[in-house]
Design a protein around this ligand. Structure first.
Ligand SMILES: Cc1cc2nc3c(=O)[nH]c(=O)nc-3n(C[C@H](O)[C@H](O)[C@H](O)COP(=O)(O)OP(=O)(O)OC[C@H]3O[C@@H](n4cnc5c(N)ncnc54)[C@H](O)[C@@H]3O)c2cc1C
Length: 413
C-alpha cells in the first residue's frame, strides 16, 4: 500500500551538508522544509570527514581559494562569495563550535571532529520546525510526478510544492550517496556528466618486493611534478600504488591524462633541499665497505620509504653511476596506470550539468525540482574546498527555492 503525504511545502532529499544548509536557508525565509534521507541517520559522509579532522574551509585569500574550483569556478564563485570561508567559520561558531587554522592554512573545528557540529546543527534545525526523516530512500517519481520513498513501513508518496535534491556524489556509496538517481534524472531529459573519481589514489605496477614493504609508508617532504604543476608535500605508498596528500591535489590532472593517454608519468624530487650537483658530489664520496643503503643514509639522509622507492624505480646501471642516480633522485619517474575505483575516492567529479540548471538551481527540464551540493558537475582538491562549496551551494539553492516559490501563487490558493 502506498501512503500519500500531501502537506510538505518543500522536500529536501539528502541530509548531507548541502541538503541541511538548503533547509537552513529555507527556514531563514520563513519556510518549513522536511528532510528525507535513505540512511538510518543524517550526515554520514560529513561525520566520516570528521574522522580526518573535518577540514571545513581554508584561510587563503579568496581569489586563490576560488581558483581551486578550476573549470567550475565561474559557477561556484558567486555562491562562495555569498557564503565565504569567514562566514562558514562564523556559522560554526554560532553553533558552538570554534575553529582554528592549521599550519597549512586549513581550517578545522577545535575538537577536530564533526559530531558536535552536526548535533548542534540538527538540533537548531529541528527547533526551527524542520522535520527530518531517516530511513527514507527516494525511488524516483511516480506517474503523477510525485516523489516515491521506500520506508520501513512501506512505500510513501510525497507531493511537495518544490523539491531539493541534495543526493551527493558517487564516492563512498556505503555512506549513502550511491548515485542511483542518475538514470531517473537522465530519463527526464537532465544532462548528467558521468561520475569519475576525484581526490583518489592511483595504481602502479609495483614489484612484489615493494608491495610487501610499502603499505601505509609515508614519503615526506618531497616535490611532485606533473605537467606545469610542482607541489611540495607528502604522499603514501600502498600495495596498489600511491595515495594521499599531494597525490590528491594532482589527481584531477593525473586522472584526465590517464583517460587521454592510458597512463601518466609523475616525477618525484626525493630531496628538494639539495641540488643535483650536490647530491652527485656526496654520492661520489668513497663508500668503502658500507652498504648502498648506509651510504645513502649517511651521505644524503635518504632512507626508509624514499630509499625503497628509489630502488624500485632505478635500474641496476643507475645505482652504479652517481650522476645518473642524482638525476633520478631529483626526478624519479612513477608511471600511474589507473585511478583507484570511485567507491574509494574522497569525492567525485561529474554530475548534473550546469547548463541543466537555471540561476536558481532549478532543473530546466523539471520545474520545481532543484539540485545542489556534490551531485552537481564540479570538483575541487582537498583542503576544505569541498565542504565550503557544498555548504555555499546548499544555501544558494535554498534561497533559489524560496525565490521561486515567492513567484507562484500562495499555498492552498
Ligand atoms: C573520507 C572522507 C573525508 C572527507 N573529508 C573532507 C574534509 O575534510 N573536507 C571537505 O571539504 N570535504 C571532505 N570530504 C568530502 C565531503 O564530505 C563531501 O563533499 C560532502 O559531504 C558532500 O556533501 P553533499 O551534501 O553534497 O552530499 P553527501 O554528504 O554525500 O550527502 C548526500 C545525502 O544524500 C543521501 N541520499 C543519496 N541518495 C539518496 C536517496 N536515493 N534517497 C534518500 N537519500 C539519499 C545520502 O544518504 C546522504 O546523506 C570527505 C569525504 C570523504 C568520503
Amino acid at each position: 500500500m502506498v501512503t500519500r503525504v500531501a502537506d510538505v511545502p518543500v522536500a529536501i532529499v539528502g541530509g548531507g551538508p548541502a541538503g541541511l544548509m538548503a533547509a537552513e536557508a529555507l527556514v531563514a525565509r520563513g519556510l518549513r522544509p522536511q528532510v528525507f534521507d535513505a540512511m538510518p541517520s543524517l550526515g554520514r559522509k560529513f561525520l566520516m570527514a570528521g574522522k580526518g579532522g573535518l577540514n571545513l574551509t581554508h584561510r587563503e585569500p579568496l581569489e586563490v581559494f576560488l581558483a581551486r574550483y578550476g573549470a567550475a569556478q565561474s559557477h561556484l564563485e558567486p555562491v562562495v562569495r555569498a557564503f565565504p570561508p569567514h562566514a562558514i567559520r562564523h556559522w560554526a561558531g554560532e553553533l558552538g563550535v570554534d575553529t582554528f587554522e592549521g599550519t597549512s592554512g586549513r581550517v578545522f573545528p577545535t575538537e577536530s571532529k564533526a559530531g558536535p557540529l552536526l548535533r548542534a546543527w540538527l538540533h537548531r534545525l529541528r527547533a526551527a520546525g524542520v522535520l527530518t526523516h531517516a530511513h527514507h530512500r527516494w525511488l524516483g517519481w511516480n506517474a503523477a510526478g510525485h516523489l516515491r520513498f521506500a520506508t520501513p513501513e512501506g512505500e510513501i508518496v510525497v507531493a511537495p510544492q518544490a523539491t531539493v535534491l541534495a543526493l551527493g556524489g558517487a564516492s563512498w556509496p556505503d555512506l549513502g550517496s550511491d548515485a542511483a538517481w542518475v538514470p531517473w534524472l537522465a530519463e527526464r531529459g537532465v544532462r548528467v556528466s558521468p561520475f569519475v573519481p576525484a581526490n583518489c589514489g592511483f595504481e602502479v605496477a609495483w614489484s612484489e618486493h615493494l608491495k610487501t614493504r610499502a603499505q601505509g609508508l609515508p614519503v615526506k617532504s618531497v616535490v611532485l611534478s606533473f605537467g606545469e604543476q610542482r607541489l611540495k608535500g607528502e604522499f603514501v605508498l600502498t600495495t596498489y600504488g600511491i595515495e594521499g596528500g599531494v597525490v590528491y591535489t594532482l589527481s584531477a590532472a593525473l586522472r584526465d591524462a590517464i583517460t587521454a593517454h592510458g597512463s601518466a608519468r609523475l616525477h618525484v624530487d626525493l630531496l628538494p633541499g639539495l641540488s643535483r650537483d650536490e647530491i652527485a658530489r656526496r654520492l661520489a664520496k668513497p663508500r668503502g665497505k658500507q652498504s648502498l643503503a648506509n651510504h645513502w643514509r649517511k651521505a644524503l639522509h635518504l632512507g626508509g620509504a624514499k630509499a625503497l622507492l628509489l630502488r624500485e624505480c632505478a635500474r641496476p646501471e643507475d645505482l652504479a653511476d652517481h650522476r645518473r642516480l642524482a638525476t633520478l633522485i631529483k626526478a624519479l619517474p612513477i608511471v600511474l596506470l589507473a585511478p583507484r575505483p570511485i567507491a574509494e575516492a574522497i569525492s567525485s567529479a561529474g554530475g548534473v550539468a550546469w547548463d541543466a540548471l537555471d540561476e536558481r538551481f532549478m532543473l530546466k527540464a523539471i520545474p520545481g525540482i532543484f539540485c545542489t551540493g556534490e551531485m552537481l558537475d564540479w570538483e575541487a582538491p582537498t583542503g576544505g574546498y569541498l565542504l565550503t562549496a557544498c555548504l555555499a551551494l546548499g544555501r544558494a539553492c535554498g534561497h533559489g527555492v524560496a525565490d521561486w516559490l515567492a513567484t507562484r501563487e500562495p499555498m492552498g490558493a
